[in-house]
Write a protein that binds this ligand. Sequence first.
Ligand SMILES: Cc1ncc(COP(=O)(O)O)c(C=O)c1O
Length: 402
Amino acid sequence: MSKVQHAPFIVDRGEGIYVFDEEGRRYLDAAASLWYMNVGYGRTEIIEAMTAQMEKLAAFHTFIDYATRPSIDLANKIAAVSPDPGSKVFFGSGGSDAVDTAAKMARRYFNAIGQPERTVFISREWAYHGMHPYGTSLGGMEPNRVGYGGDLVADIVIVPHDDSEAVEKAIDHTGAERIAGIFVEPVIGAGGVRPVGQDYLTTVQDLVKKAGGLYISDEVITGFGRAGDWFAANRFGLEPDLITFAKGVTCGYAPLGGVIAARQVAAPFFETPGLIFRHGYTYSGHTTACVAGLVVMDILEREGLAARAAELEDELYQALLPLEELPVVDHVRRGVGALAAVQLAVGDDDTLPGRAAVACREAGVLTRAMGGGALQVSPPFIMTPEQVTEMGALFRTGLEGL
Ligand SMILES: Cc1ncc(COP(=O)(O)O)c(C=O)c1O
């Protein structure tokens, strides 16, 4: 705060894949804000549907037996495109509360089925699971986790992000009977866009399920098309017990997030009279936010945008690859779907990532320094091949001046 408080960079308006500052200067948004503006800025259709809903009923809570039609419709629509169409959907307001909800839901589930000793979660180095207490403690980037006089939440084991044997060892060491689950970003996002092979994901899922724990796919970034399908779990043929989502579900037109609970996890709560998961937020299932989600899902379907995100996987990589010629670039990392990273040759200079992001902004492209000194590339899915080329050129202009 001491550094930025007198010089905020003010974003004034957006149009498609571009945003404009207060002086009217245009920037290509290569990060889709914070990984979420997937259908682009200024979608009149979303704004009109939200306005109509607000005129009718801006919001009503969803506690006890109260519901609103948009929250029911969106929950059904999300379940239908998830790996288990019989899933139930819990809504919150963003990714961090989705992660904390998933952790509590897992533990409540194990209590309900008579296995209260299952309290331990495994997570991975470089992981980012948000900033609520569970997410902070599950995070695999130490600077985010320390400074609170100890662990915010106990019973968490962190393993290397790409080593399934380490997961096996963690289960053995902890005792299979104590494992509540594992949190896995199918592609690590904020930790630097670090994809792992499908084999790793499948192996880890099988190991944790065999131990009796839950496989929790954190799809806050990868969900709703970014990985080239509705969820990365669909693309990789996974069967998560829980999926967390946020960001792309509304593309930022309203804050919304949630947890998709597969049939077997939801069942005890729906089938056992008196069994309650005492959890919920004022804005769970926020009516107008759910309308935004419904329209976003329509747009994704109608415009084939998950397929476009899949095409972007190679286009982004090819457009960025020439940056490897620059001395400040170590390598370009290919992601999954509309994800990539420009890994900087940071060496001892830990100011480089921040300076590089600002230099790119001055050149007219918005990006962000992520874990390990890589620049984020996660554009809106509507980006055309010509705009991909433009993005590559703007990155070059920004980075070659360093
Ligand atoms: C994988 C993942 N999980 C959780 C979160 C937290 O989401 P939010 O910032 O909406 O609370 C993020 C945010 O970037 C994320 O990338």
